[in-house]
Design a protein around this ligand. Structure first.
Ligand SMILES: CC(=O)N[C@H]1[C@@H](OP(=O)(O)OP(=O)(O)OC[C@H]2O[C@@H](n3ccc(=O)[nH]c3=O)[C@H](O)[C@@H]2O)O[C@H](CO)[C@@H](O)[C@@H]1O[C@H](C)C(=O)N[C@@H](C)C(=O)N[C@H](CCC(=O)O)C(=O)O
Ligand SMILES: Nc1ncnc2c1ncn2[C@@H]1O[C@H](COP(=O)(O)OP(=O)(O)OP(=O)(O)O)[C@@H](O)[C@H]1O
Length: 522
Protein backbone atom coordinates (compact mmCIF):
# COMPACT_ATOMS: atom_id res chain seq x y z
CA UNK A 1 0.00 0.00 0.00
CA UNK A 2 1.45 3.38 -0.99
CA UNK A 3 0.20 6.30 1.05
CA UNK A 4 -0.10 9.82 -0.26
CA UNK A 5 2.59 12.34 0.61
CA UNK A 6 2.32 16.08 1.15
CA UNK A 7 4.71 18.12 -1.01
CA UNK A 8 5.06 21.79 -1.83
CA UNK A 9 2.48 22.80 -4.44
CA UNK A 10 4.72 25.48 -5.95
CA UNK A 11 8.28 24.07 -5.80
CA UNK A 12 11.17 26.28 -6.85
CA UNK A 13 13.41 24.49 -9.41
CA UNK A 14 16.97 23.76 -8.29
CA UNK A 15 19.93 23.19 -10.59
CA UNK A 16 21.07 19.55 -10.59
CA UNK A 17 24.61 20.57 -11.63
CA UNK A 18 24.73 22.81 -8.56
CA UNK A 19 23.58 19.96 -6.35
CA UNK A 20 26.31 17.72 -7.80
CA UNK A 21 28.91 20.44 -7.08
CA UNK A 22 27.67 21.38 -3.62
CA UNK A 23 27.60 17.79 -2.43
CA UNK A 24 30.79 16.66 -4.22
CA UNK A 25 28.94 13.97 -6.20
CA UNK A 26 29.92 12.38 -9.48
CA UNK A 27 27.58 12.46 -12.46
CA UNK A 28 27.28 9.99 -15.31
CA UNK A 29 25.42 11.78 -18.15
CA UNK A 30 24.71 15.42 -18.84
CA UNK A 31 23.25 17.22 -15.84
CA UNK A 32 24.16 20.77 -16.88
CA UNK A 33 20.75 22.09 -17.87
CA UNK A 34 18.65 19.91 -15.63
CA UNK A 35 16.50 21.26 -12.84
CA UNK A 36 14.85 19.27 -10.08
CA UNK A 37 11.67 20.24 -8.24
CA UNK A 38 11.43 17.31 -5.85
CA UNK A 39 13.17 14.19 -4.55
CA UNK A 40 11.82 10.78 -3.61
CA UNK A 41 13.04 7.27 -2.80
CA UNK A 42 9.88 5.59 -4.03
CA UNK A 43 9.19 5.09 -7.74
CA UNK A 44 5.46 5.00 -6.93
CA UNK A 45 5.67 8.50 -5.47
CA UNK A 46 7.60 10.16 -8.34
CA UNK A 47 6.28 13.54 -9.55
CA UNK A 48 7.47 15.16 -12.80
CA UNK A 49 10.78 16.97 -12.19
CA UNK A 50 11.89 14.65 -9.37
CA UNK A 51 15.33 13.34 -8.59
CA UNK A 52 14.69 9.64 -7.97
CA UNK A 53 16.94 8.12 -5.30
CA UNK A 54 17.56 4.39 -5.73
CA UNK A 55 18.39 2.99 -2.30
CA UNK A 56 19.62 -0.49 -1.58
CA UNK A 57 16.75 -2.13 0.30
CA UNK A 58 16.41 -5.30 2.34
CA UNK A 59 14.46 -6.95 -0.50
CA UNK A 60 15.47 -5.15 -3.67
CA UNK A 61 17.72 -2.36 -4.97
CA UNK A 62 15.64 0.77 -5.48
CA UNK A 63 17.66 1.69 -8.57
CA UNK A 64 15.95 -1.17 -10.40
CA UNK A 65 12.81 1.00 -10.44
CA UNK A 66 14.59 3.85 -12.28
CA UNK A 67 12.78 3.14 -15.54
CA UNK A 68 9.41 3.40 -13.78
CA UNK A 69 10.60 6.59 -12.16
CA UNK A 70 11.49 8.02 -15.60
CA UNK A 71 8.03 7.09 -16.93
CA UNK A 72 6.53 9.12 -14.08
CA UNK A 73 8.69 12.13 -14.91
CA UNK A 74 11.92 11.72 -12.91
CA UNK A 75 14.75 13.73 -14.51
CA UNK A 76 17.74 11.92 -12.94
CA UNK A 77 18.70 9.11 -10.59
CA UNK A 78 20.85 9.31 -7.49
CA UNK A 79 22.22 5.99 -6.32
CA UNK A 80 25.27 4.11 -5.03
CA UNK A 81 27.88 2.26 -7.09
CA UNK A 82 25.85 -0.95 -6.98
CA UNK A 83 22.78 0.87 -8.27
CA UNK A 84 24.43 2.28 -11.42
CA UNK A 85 24.05 -0.99 -13.29
CA UNK A 86 20.33 -1.22 -12.39
CA UNK A 87 19.61 2.41 -13.26
CA UNK A 88 21.45 2.40 -16.61
CA UNK A 89 18.53 1.01 -18.64
CA UNK A 90 16.42 4.04 -17.75
CA UNK A 91 18.66 6.29 -19.87
CA UNK A 92 18.46 8.97 -17.16
CA UNK A 93 21.59 10.80 -15.99
CA UNK A 94 22.95 9.00 -12.93
CA UNK A 95 24.43 10.81 -9.95
CA UNK A 96 26.51 8.63 -7.66
CA UNK A 97 27.39 8.81 -4.00
CA UNK A 98 28.78 6.09 -1.75
CA UNK A 99 25.93 6.12 0.78
CA UNK A 100 22.78 7.79 -0.60
CA UNK A 101 20.76 7.19 2.58
CA UNK A 102 23.35 9.06 4.64
CA UNK A 103 23.16 12.00 2.20
CA UNK A 104 19.37 11.96 1.88
CA UNK A 105 18.50 14.40 4.68
CA UNK A 106 20.86 17.15 3.51
CA UNK A 107 20.04 16.62 -0.16
CA UNK A 108 16.28 16.72 0.53
CA UNK A 109 16.71 19.87 2.61
CA UNK A 110 18.68 21.42 -0.27
CA UNK A 111 16.12 20.49 -2.94
CA UNK A 112 13.11 21.63 -0.91
CA UNK A 113 14.92 24.50 0.90
CA UNK A 114 13.13 23.18 3.95
CA UNK A 115 15.59 24.63 6.44
CA UNK A 116 14.85 28.16 5.25
CA UNK A 117 12.25 29.74 7.59
CA UNK A 118 11.11 26.42 9.08
CA UNK A 119 8.25 26.33 11.60
CA UNK A 120 9.00 25.95 15.28
CA UNK A 121 9.78 22.25 15.39
CA UNK A 122 8.83 19.87 18.20
CA UNK A 123 10.07 16.26 18.11
CA UNK A 124 8.64 13.51 20.32
CA UNK A 125 10.33 10.19 20.95
CA UNK A 126 9.91 7.27 23.39
CA UNK A 127 8.37 3.80 23.28
CA UNK A 128 4.80 4.78 24.12
CA UNK A 129 2.95 8.07 23.94
CA UNK A 130 4.62 9.70 20.91
CA UNK A 131 1.46 9.98 18.82
CA UNK A 132 -0.53 11.14 21.84
CA UNK A 133 1.96 13.90 22.71
CA UNK A 134 2.08 15.05 19.07
CA UNK A 135 -1.72 15.41 19.01
CA UNK A 136 -1.71 17.11 22.41
CA UNK A 137 0.93 19.61 21.23
CA UNK A 138 -1.08 20.26 18.09
CA UNK A 139 -4.32 20.73 20.04
CA UNK A 140 -2.90 23.25 22.52
CA UNK A 141 -1.11 25.15 19.75
CA UNK A 142 -4.39 25.45 17.86
CA UNK A 143 -6.13 26.59 21.02
CA UNK A 144 -3.45 29.29 21.20
CA UNK A 145 -4.39 30.34 17.67
CA UNK A 146 -1.20 29.00 16.07
CA UNK A 147 -1.35 27.45 12.57
CA UNK A 148 0.05 23.93 12.88
CA UNK A 149 1.41 20.90 11.08
CA UNK A 150 2.02 17.41 12.36
CA UNK A 151 3.54 14.08 11.47
CA UNK A 152 2.40 10.97 13.36
CA UNK A 153 1.84 7.24 12.97
CA UNK A 154 -1.76 8.01 12.05
CA UNK A 155 -1.48 10.95 9.67
CA UNK A 156 0.58 13.83 8.30
CA UNK A 157 -1.17 17.15 8.45
CA UNK A 158 -0.60 20.70 7.20
CA UNK A 159 -3.28 23.02 8.55
CA UNK A 160 -6.51 21.12 7.94
CA UNK A 161 -5.17 19.06 5.05
CA UNK A 162 -4.33 15.51 6.16
CA UNK A 163 -3.09 12.29 4.53
CA UNK A 164 -2.74 8.81 6.05
CA UNK A 165 0.78 7.88 7.16
CA UNK A 166 2.80 4.91 6.00
CA UNK A 167 5.64 4.90 8.50
CA UNK A 168 5.60 6.49 11.96
CA UNK A 169 8.41 8.83 10.89
CA UNK A 170 8.59 9.50 7.16
CA UNK A 171 11.73 8.93 5.13
CA UNK A 172 13.87 12.10 4.84
CA UNK A 173 12.61 12.86 1.33
CA UNK A 174 8.99 12.87 2.50
CA UNK A 175 9.72 14.74 5.73
CA UNK A 176 11.54 17.61 4.01
CA UNK A 177 8.77 17.84 1.40
CA UNK A 178 6.28 18.03 4.25
CA UNK A 179 8.25 20.82 5.94
CA UNK A 180 8.41 22.74 2.65
CA UNK A 181 4.65 22.38 2.27
CA UNK A 182 4.26 23.69 5.83
CA UNK A 183 6.33 26.76 4.94
CA UNK A 184 4.15 27.38 1.87
CA UNK A 185 1.06 27.18 4.09
CA UNK A 186 2.48 29.56 6.71
CA UNK A 187 2.52 26.86 9.41
CA UNK A 188 4.07 28.36 12.54
CA UNK A 189 4.67 25.24 14.62
CA UNK A 190 4.88 21.53 13.87
CA UNK A 191 4.98 18.40 16.03
CA UNK A 192 6.83 15.40 14.60
CA UNK A 193 6.88 11.84 15.95
CA UNK A 194 10.40 10.39 15.81
CA UNK A 195 10.82 6.61 16.09
CA UNK A 196 14.05 4.84 16.99
CA UNK A 197 14.03 3.35 13.49
CA UNK A 198 13.93 6.87 12.07
CA UNK A 199 17.08 7.81 13.96
CA UNK A 200 18.83 4.58 12.91
CA UNK A 201 17.85 5.08 9.26
CA UNK A 202 18.73 8.78 8.92
CA UNK A 203 15.10 9.82 8.36
CA UNK A 204 15.30 13.08 10.34
CA UNK A 205 18.75 14.07 9.06
CA UNK A 206 19.08 17.70 8.02
CA UNK A 207 16.71 18.90 10.76
CA UNK A 208 17.46 20.58 14.07
CA UNK A 209 14.40 20.48 16.30
CA UNK A 210 13.67 23.40 18.60
CA UNK A 211 12.40 21.17 21.42
CA UNK A 212 12.75 17.38 21.67
CA UNK A 213 10.53 15.49 24.11
CA UNK A 214 11.08 12.04 25.64
CA UNK A 215 8.15 10.03 27.02
CA UNK A 216 9.51 6.68 28.27
CA UNK A 217 11.39 3.57 27.22
CA UNK A 218 10.16 0.02 27.68
CA UNK A 219 10.31 -3.35 25.98
CA UNK A 220 9.66 -3.09 22.22
CA UNK A 221 11.47 -3.45 18.90
CA UNK A 222 13.96 -6.05 20.11
CA UNK A 223 13.73 -7.51 16.62
CA UNK A 224 15.43 -4.35 15.31
CA UNK A 225 17.81 -3.81 18.24
CA UNK A 226 19.99 -6.38 20.03
CA UNK A 227 18.93 -5.27 23.51
CA UNK A 228 17.39 -2.37 25.44
CA UNK A 229 20.75 -0.60 25.61
CA UNK A 230 21.01 -0.52 21.81
CA UNK A 231 17.36 0.55 21.48
CA UNK A 232 18.01 3.36 23.99
CA UNK A 233 21.16 4.46 22.15
CA UNK A 234 19.14 4.86 18.93
CA UNK A 235 16.76 7.27 20.67
CA UNK A 236 19.36 9.09 22.70
CA UNK A 237 20.94 10.55 19.55
CA UNK A 238 17.93 12.87 19.21
CA UNK A 239 19.20 14.71 22.27
CA UNK A 240 22.53 15.70 20.68
CA UNK A 241 23.19 19.37 19.83
CA UNK A 242 23.11 18.75 16.07
CA UNK A 243 19.60 17.29 16.40
CA UNK A 244 17.79 19.44 18.96
CA UNK A 245 18.29 22.79 20.69
CA UNK A 246 16.68 21.85 23.99
CA UNK A 247 14.75 18.98 25.53
CA UNK A 248 11.98 18.08 27.92
CA UNK A 249 12.51 14.63 29.37
CA UNK A 250 10.19 12.53 31.49
CA UNK A 251 12.32 10.92 34.18
CA UNK A 252 9.67 8.36 35.06
CA UNK A 253 11.96 5.69 33.64
CA UNK A 254 15.66 5.36 34.45
CA UNK A 255 16.26 5.75 30.70
CA UNK A 256 14.85 9.28 30.90
CA UNK A 257 17.06 10.02 33.88
CA UNK A 258 20.06 8.93 31.79
CA UNK A 259 19.11 11.21 28.91
CA UNK A 260 18.78 14.10 31.36
CA UNK A 261 22.18 13.32 32.91
CA UNK A 262 24.11 12.58 29.73
CA UNK A 263 22.63 15.05 27.25
CA UNK A 264 24.72 17.95 25.93
CA UNK A 265 21.71 20.21 25.32
CA UNK A 266 19.68 22.03 27.99
CA UNK A 267 17.22 19.57 29.52
CA UNK A 268 14.08 20.32 31.51
CA UNK A 269 12.83 17.33 33.49
CA UNK A 270 9.33 16.16 34.28
CA UNK A 271 8.28 13.55 36.83
CA UNK A 272 4.83 12.07 36.68
CA UNK A 273 4.90 8.90 38.80
CA UNK A 274 2.49 6.16 37.80
CA UNK A 275 2.45 2.35 37.69
CA UNK A 276 5.44 1.80 35.42
CA UNK A 277 7.52 4.60 36.89
CA UNK A 278 10.98 3.50 38.00
CA UNK A 279 12.16 6.89 39.26
CA UNK A 280 9.13 9.12 39.49
CA UNK A 281 8.31 12.19 41.47
CA UNK A 282 9.53 10.52 44.63
CA UNK A 283 13.12 11.63 44.15
CA UNK A 284 11.95 15.24 44.04
CA UNK A 285 14.62 16.20 41.54
CA UNK A 286 12.45 17.12 38.58
CA UNK A 287 11.89 20.67 37.30
CA UNK A 288 8.19 19.96 36.74
CA UNK A 289 5.87 17.51 38.46
CA UNK A 290 2.46 16.15 37.61
CA UNK A 291 -0.41 15.63 40.04
CA UNK A 292 -3.54 13.91 38.84
CA UNK A 293 -6.83 15.20 40.27
CA UNK A 294 -10.38 14.04 39.57
CA UNK A 295 -10.62 11.21 37.04
CA UNK A 296 -13.62 9.64 35.38
CA UNK A 297 -14.29 7.76 32.15
CA UNK A 298 -14.66 10.97 30.16
CA UNK A 299 -11.92 13.21 31.47
CA UNK A 300 -8.86 13.50 33.70
CA UNK A 301 -7.98 16.61 35.65
CA UNK A 302 -4.32 17.31 36.38
CA UNK A 303 -1.92 19.98 37.60
CA UNK A 304 1.63 20.64 36.50
CA UNK A 305 3.89 22.53 38.86
CA UNK A 306 7.19 24.01 37.76
CA UNK A 307 10.10 26.20 38.80
CA UNK A 308 9.16 28.98 41.21
CA UNK A 309 5.89 27.25 42.03
CA UNK A 310 4.23 28.24 38.73
CA UNK A 311 1.39 25.87 37.96
CA UNK A 312 -1.47 25.09 35.63
CA UNK A 313 -4.55 22.96 36.24
CA UNK A 314 -6.56 21.66 33.33
CA UNK A 315 -8.32 18.58 31.91
CA UNK A 316 -7.99 16.15 29.01
CA UNK A 317 -11.00 14.35 27.52
CA UNK A 318 -9.31 10.97 28.03
CA UNK A 319 -8.81 8.61 30.93
CA UNK A 320 -5.64 7.62 32.66
CA UNK A 321 -2.59 8.85 34.48
CA UNK A 322 -0.46 8.08 31.45
CA UNK A 323 -2.49 10.42 29.23
CA UNK A 324 -2.13 13.18 31.83
CA UNK A 325 1.63 12.48 31.74
CA UNK A 326 1.59 12.83 27.95
CA UNK A 327 -0.31 16.12 28.26
CA UNK A 328 2.11 17.38 30.92
CA UNK A 329 5.04 16.63 28.60
CA UNK A 330 3.33 18.51 25.76
CA UNK A 331 2.65 21.53 27.97
CA UNK A 332 6.21 21.74 29.29
CA UNK A 333 7.53 21.36 25.72
CA UNK A 334 5.39 24.34 24.71
CA UNK A 335 6.76 26.38 27.60
CA UNK A 336 10.31 25.45 26.53
CA UNK A 337 9.31 26.39 22.97
CA UNK A 338 8.62 29.93 24.12
CA UNK A 339 4.89 29.93 24.88
CA UNK A 340 3.98 31.52 28.19
CA UNK A 341 2.32 29.31 30.77
CA UNK A 342 -0.17 32.09 31.58
CA UNK A 343 -1.22 32.35 27.92
CA UNK A 344 -1.64 28.58 27.69
CA UNK A 345 -3.66 28.63 30.92
CA UNK A 346 -5.88 31.39 29.55
CA UNK A 347 -6.63 29.49 26.32
CA UNK A 348 -7.35 26.23 28.15
CA UNK A 349 -9.61 27.88 30.71
CA UNK A 350 -11.52 29.61 27.93
CA UNK A 351 -12.09 26.25 26.20
CA UNK A 352 -12.76 24.19 29.33
CA UNK A 353 -9.57 22.11 29.03
CA UNK A 354 -7.41 20.61 26.29
CA UNK A 355 -9.62 20.12 23.26
CA UNK A 356 -7.97 17.07 21.70
CA UNK A 357 -9.02 14.07 19.66
CA UNK A 358 -6.39 11.33 19.41
CA UNK A 359 -7.48 8.71 16.88
CA UNK A 360 -7.52 5.18 18.30
CA UNK A 361 -5.84 5.90 21.62
CA UNK A 362 -8.19 4.72 24.39
CA UNK A 363 -10.92 5.90 22.03
CA UNK A 364 -14.36 5.29 23.51
CA UNK A 365 -16.81 4.01 20.90
CA UNK A 366 -19.68 3.10 23.27
CA UNK A 367 -22.51 5.41 24.26
CA UNK A 368 -24.07 6.25 27.60
CA UNK A 369 -25.72 2.88 28.23
CA UNK A 370 -24.19 -0.56 28.38
CA UNK A 371 -20.54 -1.53 28.74
CA UNK A 372 -17.80 0.98 27.97
CA UNK A 373 -15.78 -0.07 24.90
CA UNK A 374 -12.35 1.40 24.18
CA UNK A 375 -10.25 0.86 21.08
CA UNK A 376 -6.57 1.33 21.77
CA UNK A 377 -3.25 1.19 19.92
CA UNK A 378 -1.41 -0.41 22.86
CA UNK A 379 0.87 -3.18 21.60
CA UNK A 380 3.59 -3.32 24.24
CA UNK A 381 3.70 -4.74 27.78
CA UNK A 382 4.01 -1.26 29.28
CA UNK A 383 1.04 0.06 27.29
CA UNK A 384 -1.04 -2.88 28.56
CA UNK A 385 0.08 -2.20 32.13
CA UNK A 386 -0.84 1.48 32.00
CA UNK A 387 -4.17 1.21 30.21
CA UNK A 388 -5.34 -1.67 32.42
CA UNK A 389 -4.26 0.11 35.58
CA UNK A 390 -6.09 3.28 34.55
CA UNK A 391 -9.20 1.40 33.50
CA UNK A 392 -9.37 -0.57 36.75
CA UNK A 393 -9.87 2.60 38.75
CA UNK A 394 -12.79 3.60 36.52
CA UNK A 395 -14.53 0.25 36.08
CA UNK A 396 -17.09 -0.80 38.68
CA UNK A 397 -17.61 -4.14 36.91
CA UNK A 398 -15.30 -6.46 35.01
CA UNK A 399 -12.57 -5.62 32.50
CA UNK A 400 -12.68 -7.74 29.37
CA UNK A 401 -9.56 -7.40 27.27
CA UNK A 402 -9.37 -8.38 23.61
CA UNK A 403 -5.88 -8.46 22.12
CA UNK A 404 -3.41 -10.19 19.84
CA UNK A 405 0.23 -9.60 18.91
CA UNK A 406 1.96 -8.38 15.75
CA UNK A 407 3.44 -11.04 13.51
CA UNK A 408 7.00 -10.49 12.19
CA UNK A 409 7.71 -8.00 14.97
CA UNK A 410 9.54 -8.36 18.31
CA UNK A 411 8.46 -11.83 19.51
CA UNK A 412 10.12 -11.46 22.90
CA UNK A 413 7.43 -9.09 24.21
CA UNK A 414 4.57 -11.57 23.74
CA UNK A 415 5.05 -13.41 27.06
CA UNK A 416 4.81 -10.18 29.03
CA UNK A 417 1.82 -9.00 27.00
CA UNK A 418 -0.02 -12.24 27.78
CA UNK A 419 0.76 -12.25 31.47
CA UNK A 420 0.06 -8.54 32.04
CA UNK A 421 -3.30 -8.90 30.25
CA UNK A 422 -4.25 -11.92 32.37
CA UNK A 423 -3.27 -10.23 35.63
CA UNK A 424 -4.86 -6.86 34.80
CA UNK A 425 -8.13 -7.96 33.18
CA UNK A 426 -10.91 -10.20 34.52
CA UNK A 427 -11.49 -11.89 31.16
CA UNK A 428 -9.07 -12.15 28.25
CA UNK A 429 -9.98 -12.88 24.66
CA UNK A 430 -6.90 -13.69 22.58
CA UNK A 431 -7.36 -13.02 18.88
CA UNK A 432 -5.38 -12.33 15.70
CA UNK A 433 -3.80 -8.91 15.10
CA UNK A 434 -1.54 -8.58 12.03
CA UNK A 435 -0.15 -12.11 11.57
CA UNK A 436 1.84 -10.93 8.52
CA UNK A 437 3.89 -13.96 7.41
CA UNK A 438 3.78 -15.77 10.76
CA UNK A 439 1.47 -18.64 11.70
CA UNK A 440 -1.33 -16.86 13.64
CA UNK A 441 -2.07 -19.98 15.70
CA UNK A 442 1.50 -19.98 17.00
CA UNK A 443 1.28 -16.30 17.99
CA UNK A 444 -1.96 -16.94 19.87
CA UNK A 445 -0.51 -20.05 21.51
CA UNK A 446 2.34 -17.98 23.01
CA UNK A 447 -0.07 -15.38 24.36
CA UNK A 448 -2.45 -18.02 25.75
CA UNK A 449 0.40 -19.96 27.38
CA UNK A 450 1.73 -16.81 29.07
CA UNK A 451 -1.74 -15.77 30.24
CA UNK A 452 -2.47 -19.25 31.64
CA UNK A 453 0.88 -19.37 33.42
CA UNK A 454 0.21 -15.98 35.05
CA UNK A 455 -3.40 -16.71 36.08
CA UNK A 456 -4.04 -20.48 35.77
CA UNK A 457 -7.78 -20.34 36.50
CA UNK A 458 -8.48 -17.05 34.69
CA UNK A 459 -11.38 -16.75 32.24
CA UNK A 460 -9.77 -16.97 28.82
CA UNK A 461 -11.00 -17.45 25.27
CA UNK A 462 -9.00 -17.96 22.11
CA UNK A 463 -10.93 -16.73 19.05
CA UNK A 464 -8.89 -16.24 15.84
CA UNK A 465 -11.23 -13.90 13.95
CA UNK A 466 -11.19 -10.41 15.54
CA UNK A 467 -14.81 -9.73 14.54
CA UNK A 468 -15.99 -12.89 16.32
CA UNK A 469 -13.69 -12.21 19.28
CA UNK A 470 -15.11 -8.73 19.74
CA UNK A 471 -18.69 -9.99 19.54
CA UNK A 472 -17.91 -12.62 22.12
CA UNK A 473 -16.48 -9.92 24.43
CA UNK A 474 -19.62 -7.81 23.93
CA UNK A 475 -21.83 -10.82 24.69
CA UNK A 476 -20.03 -11.29 28.03
CA UNK A 477 -20.25 -7.63 29.05
CA UNK A 478 -22.83 -5.92 31.22
CA UNK A 479 -23.36 -2.26 32.13
CA UNK A 480 -20.50 -1.18 34.38
CA UNK A 481 -18.01 -3.42 32.57
CA UNK A 482 -15.22 -2.16 30.30
CA UNK A 483 -14.00 -3.79 27.11
CA UNK A 484 -10.45 -2.84 26.16
CA UNK A 485 -9.60 -3.86 22.60
CA UNK A 486 -5.84 -3.30 22.43
CA UNK A 487 -3.82 -3.28 19.22
CA UNK A 488 -5.62 -1.91 16.18
CA UNK A 489 -6.18 1.69 17.35
CA UNK A 490 -6.73 4.00 14.37
CA UNK A 491 -5.77 1.39 11.77
CA UNK A 492 -8.20 0.42 9.06
CA UNK A 493 -6.65 -2.87 7.91
CA UNK A 494 -5.47 -6.30 9.02
CA UNK A 495 -2.25 -7.50 7.40
CA UNK A 496 -2.06 -11.19 6.45
CA UNK A 497 0.70 -12.63 4.25
CA UNK A 498 1.54 -9.30 2.62
CA UNK A 499 -2.07 -8.32 1.94
CA UNK A 500 -3.83 -5.53 3.86
CA UNK A 501 -7.49 -6.48 4.29
CA UNK A 502 -9.96 -3.72 5.13
CA UNK A 503 -10.77 -3.85 8.85
CA UNK A 504 -11.55 -0.99 11.20
CA UNK A 505 -11.82 -2.10 14.84
CA UNK A 506 -13.54 1.18 15.67
CA UNK A 507 -16.29 0.71 13.07
CA UNK A 508 -16.65 -2.98 13.85
CA UNK A 509 -16.96 -2.32 17.59
CA UNK A 510 -19.75 0.19 16.95
CA UNK A 511 -21.50 -2.38 14.78
CA UNK A 512 -21.09 -5.11 17.41
CA UNK A 513 -22.53 -2.84 20.09
CA UNK A 514 -25.55 -1.97 17.94
CA UNK A 515 -26.10 -5.65 17.12
CA UNK A 516 -26.19 -6.32 20.86
CA UNK A 517 -28.71 -3.54 21.42
CA UNK A 518 -26.33 -1.05 23.07
CA UNK A 519 -25.82 2.48 21.84
CA UNK A 520 -22.58 3.96 20.53
CA UNK A 521 -20.79 7.31 20.49
CA UNK A 522 -22.06 8.14 17.00
C1 LIG B 1 12.74 -2.66 8.00
C2 LIG B 1 12.51 -1.34 7.36
O1 LIG B 1 12.66 -0.31 7.96
N1 LIG B 1 12.13 -1.39 6.08
C3 LIG B 1 11.92 -0.16 5.36
C4 LIG B 1 12.69 -0.25 4.06
O2 LIG B 1 12.20 -1.37 3.38
P1 LIG B 1 13.16 -2.29 2.53
O3 LIG B 1 14.60 -2.07 2.83
O4 LIG B 1 12.62 -3.67 2.67
O5 LIG B 1 12.86 -1.73 1.08
P2 LIG B 1 12.67 -2.59 -0.24
O6 LIG B 1 11.27 -3.05 -0.33
O7 LIG B 1 13.76 -3.57 -0.37
O8 LIG B 1 12.83 -1.46 -1.38
C5 LIG B 1 14.08 -0.81 -1.62
C6 LIG B 1 13.82 0.55 -2.16
O9 LIG B 1 13.03 0.44 -3.36
C7 LIG B 1 11.98 1.36 -3.32
N2 LIG B 1 10.87 0.82 -4.10
C8 LIG B 1 10.32 -0.40 -3.78
C9 LIG B 1 9.25 -0.89 -4.54
C10 LIG B 1 8.77 -0.13 -5.64
O10 LIG B 1 7.84 -0.47 -6.36
N3 LIG B 1 9.37 1.06 -5.90
C11 LIG B 1 10.39 1.56 -5.16
O11 LIG B 1 10.88 2.65 -5.42
C12 LIG B 1 11.66 1.52 -1.84
O12 LIG B 1 11.05 2.79 -1.58
C13 LIG B 1 13.04 1.43 -1.20
O13 LIG B 1 13.63 2.72 -1.16
O14 LIG B 1 12.49 0.93 3.29
C14 LIG B 1 11.12 1.17 2.99
C15 LIG B 1 11.06 2.48 2.19
O15 LIG B 1 11.35 3.53 3.00
C16 LIG B 1 10.30 1.28 4.25
O16 LIG B 1 8.94 1.41 3.93
C17 LIG B 1 10.48 0.02 5.08
O17 LIG B 1 9.81 0.19 6.32
C18 LIG B 1 8.99 -0.91 6.70
C19 LIG B 1 7.61 -0.75 6.06
C20 LIG B 1 8.80 -0.96 8.21
O18 LIG B 1 7.93 -1.59 8.68
N4 LIG B 1 9.62 -0.29 8.98
C21 LIG B 1 9.47 -0.32 10.44
C22 LIG B 1 10.50 -1.21 11.10
C23 LIG B 1 9.64 1.08 10.99
O19 LIG B 1 10.39 1.89 10.51
N5 LIG B 1 8.89 1.38 12.05
C24 LIG B 1 8.93 2.65 12.73
C25 LIG B 1 7.85 2.71 13.83
C26 LIG B 1 8.25 2.04 15.07
C27 LIG B 1 7.23 2.28 16.19
O20 LIG B 1 6.26 1.49 16.29
O21 LIG B 1 7.43 3.20 17.00
C28 LIG B 1 8.51 3.79 11.85
O22 LIG B 1 9.07 4.90 11.99
O23 LIG B 1 7.56 3.60 11.08
N1 LIG C 1 2.86 7.72 28.44
C1 LIG C 1 2.51 6.47 28.21
N2 LIG C 1 3.01 5.47 28.95
C2 LIG C 1 2.69 4.19 28.70
N3 LIG C 1 1.81 3.79 27.75
C3 LIG C 1 1.27 4.75 27.00
C4 LIG C 1 1.59 6.12 27.17
N4 LIG C 1 0.92 6.82 26.24
C5 LIG C 1 0.24 5.95 25.52
N5 LIG C 1 0.42 4.69 25.97
C6 LIG C 1 -0.11 3.43 25.41
O1 LIG C 1 0.58 3.21 24.19
C7 LIG C 1 -0.35 3.16 23.10
C8 LIG C 1 0.23 3.88 21.92
O2 LIG C 1 0.22 5.27 22.22
P1 LIG C 1 0.83 6.28 21.19
O3 LIG C 1 0.36 5.91 19.84
O4 LIG C 1 0.63 7.64 21.69
O5 LIG C 1 2.37 5.86 21.33
P2 LIG C 1 3.47 5.82 20.22
O6 LIG C 1 4.74 5.99 20.93
O7 LIG C 1 3.13 6.82 19.19
O8 LIG C 1 3.36 4.38 19.59
P3 LIG C 1 3.59 4.05 18.05
O9 LIG C 1 4.87 4.62 17.59
O10 LIG C 1 3.59 2.56 18.03
O11 LIG C 1 2.45 4.71 17.34
C9 LIG C 1 -1.62 3.83 23.62
O12 LIG C 1 -2.73 3.39 22.89
C10 LIG C 1 -1.60 3.41 25.07
O13 LIG C 1 -2.03 2.08 25.20
Amino acid sequence: MVTATLRPEHPVPRSLARLVDDFGLSADGDVDDLEVTGVTIDSRDVAPGDLYVGLKGARVHGASFAERARESGAVAVLTDEAGVEFAAASGLPIVVTADPRAALGDISAWVYRSTERPPLLFAVTGTNGKTSVVYLLDAVLRQLGVSTGLSSTAERRVGDHAVTSGLTTPEATELHALLARMRESEVRAAAIEVSAQAMSRARVDGIVFDVAGFTNLSHDHLDDYADMEEYFAAKQVLFDPDRARRAVVSIDTTWGRRIADESRIPVTTLASGGPSSTVGAANGAADWTLTVGHEDRLETEFTITGPGGQSLTTTIPLFGWYMAANAALALVMLVEGGFELAAIDHALQRDGGIDVYIPGRAERVSGEQGPAVYIDYGHTPDAFLNTLDALRALTPGRIIMVFGADGDRDKTKRDDMGSIAARGADVVVVTDFHPRYEDPAAIRATLVRAARRAVPDGELYEIPDPRTALRHAVSLAAPGDSILYAGPGHEDYQEIEGVKYEYSARDDARLALREAGWDTDS
